[in-house]
Design a protein around this ligand. Structure first.
Ligand SMILES: NC(=O)c1ccc[n+]([C@@H]2O[C@H](COP(=O)([O-])OP(=O)(O)OC[C@H]3O[C@@H](n4cnc5c(N)ncnc54)[C@H](OP(=O)(O)O)[C@@H]3O)[C@@H](O)[C@H]2O)c1
Length: 249
């Protein structure tokens, strides 16, 4: 059964995709608690969501790589929302594959932002939702994690780790009434991908947010967005190694 999301805790709320999704929730009068590291961008977003019809918007400013802050941030989220219907993790960084190949520090930043930070938050959030016996715990992963490819295996490795963790969490919480979603996105035109050339398979934040909305209310498990990425990645996963190397994908 489809259950409306009335109270949502969003980490990395100023991301283009999270912003587009928060706007959908705001237009339905949801209560939102937004976490991000850019104070001004968060305040602007809160004002925007207010105008679009949100019942209440609160914000918390934090660098989400600082895992020492996570317990406080999660507690504040529950204090602000009561019992949230949803916690969404959207923060990440793409980095540069070519620079990362010779720069361990850059790889480490990617691992801290895209993997260590989400896993720390998921640990706390899973336990809160488990005690609550309801809610949806979702994180934005990527099709890049489905197969190690020369074009993006550093970013892809962080998302593969995240997806694996979400898969395990989903099974752990299956009997508790808590839904866990691995939102596995294909490429989307956002600030993260500003430097990349776009093609036919690219999507927009609004289109992906609309598709996310349908899934977050009632689904669990792995969801490919847009849906055409499921069959595409089914093929990519079984491509012979020699073809992956020749195509340089
Ligand atoms: N765009 C794509 O093609 C694509 C494809 C698959 C999956 N995804 C995933 O979708 C999610 C949203 O990305 P997007 O495309 O919407 O990109 P985006 O607009 O660039 O958003 C990335 C967000 O992450 C935040 N962030 C990064 N490091 C942070 C930190 N240490 N602490 C707090 N916030 C931090 C950024 O904050 P600042 O603005 O302050 O830097 C920004 O709000 C990410 O998980 C991304 O991996 C994107």
């Amino acid at each position: 059964m489809k259950r409306p999301i009335k109270a949502a805790l969003v980490f990395g709320a100023t991301s283009a995709i999270a912003t587009a999704y928060c706007r959908i929730l705001a237009s339905r009068g949801a209560v939102l608690h937004l976490v991000g590291r850019d104070h001004d961008a968060l305040q602007n977003l809160a004002g925007d969501l207010d105008l679009r019809g949100a019942t209440k918007v609160s914000v918390a400013v934090a660098d989400l790589c600082d895992t020492e802050q996570h317990k406080k941030l999660v507690t504040e989220g529950w204090e602000s929302l009561g019992e949230p219907d949803l916690a969404l993790l959207a923060h990440a960084t793409l980095g540069s594959q070519s620079e990362g190949e010779t720069d361990w520090k850059q790889q480490r930043t990617l691992i801290q932002t895209n993997l260590i930070s989400p896993l720390s938050l998921l640990t706390l959030l899973a336990n809160r939702f488990e005690q609550q016996h309801s809610g949806c715990l979702a994180a934005i992963s990527s099709v890049a994690g489905d197969r190690g490819r020369p074009s993006n295996y550093i970013y892809g490795a962080t998302k593969a780790g995240l997806s694996c963790y979400l898969g395990g969490l989903q099974h752990r919480l299956a009997a508790t009434g808590v839904r866990v979603l691995d939102l596995r996105l294909g490429p989307v035109d956002t600030p993260m991908t500003a430097g990349l050339s776009k093609g036919l398979l690219w999507s927009t934040p609004e289109r992906v947010a609309h598709a996310m909305d349908g899934k977050l209310a009632r689904h669990h498990g792995t969801v490919y967005l847009p849906a055409y990425w499921r069959p595409i990645m089914g093929v990519v996963r079984v491509l012979p190694d020699i073809l992956v190397q020749r195509l340089g994908i």
